[in-house]
Design a protein around this ligand. Structure first.
Ligand code: FES
Length: 164
């Protein structure tokens, strides 16, 4: 007993597109709907920042006992000098305030920017060159676990010292 395919009823509601033109029209419509929904999801995400600068600016440098009295330690990734003396800890950014090159610290404790020749004294004040302002001293604090934490986006007075 062979099935008679001519009498199989198909639902008009779920019928496949009749022609290639119908199929392409349907595909274009769904593509537009999906693109619109994705664009709306992206637009909803715009007000939310991808990066939270405040949370990313605080970096642990190490425990205080890691740094000897009288030491000057350079953190190349942070481009930051950390000093320890009798008063405590201080940290200065070596990023030149002219166009952001890294200023090098000489044996005399002064800084020289290799890009356009800005010079800074031991406390980061401008001594020459195109730099509009001195090097930036960053805020130091102690984490609850006792680590020295530098806030790399801060700008504090050069006399600011962390006692630890
Ligand atoms: S970037 Fe330092 S002097 Fe220009």
């Amino acid at each position: 007993m062979a099935a008679d395919n001519n009498h199989i009823e198909t639902s008009q509601r779920f019928a496949p597109p009749a022609t290639r033109r119908d199929f392409l029209g349907l595909a274009a419509t769904w593509s537009a709907i999906v693109a619109f929904v994705m664009a709306m999801l992206g637009a909803l995400r715009l007000p939310m920042p991808s990066v939270f600068p405040e949370s990313n600016s605080r970096v642990k440098l190490g425990r205080p006992d890691r740094f000897a009295l009288g030491s000057a330690t350079y953190f190349s990734k942070l481009r930051l000098w950390l000093f320890r003396d009798e008063a405590g800890f201080k940290a200065i950014s070596s990023v030149c305030t002219h166009l952001g090159c890294v200023a090098e610290r000489g044996v005399d404790g002064q800084y020289l920017c290799p890009c356009h020749g800005s010079k800074f004294d031991e406390i980061g004040a401008v001594k020459g060159g195109p730099a509009p302002k001195g090097l930036v001293w960053v805020d130091l604090s102690l984490s609850p676990e006792g680590w020295i934490v530098a806030d790399t986006l801060s700008d504090v007075d050069p006399k600011t010292v962390l006692q630890a």
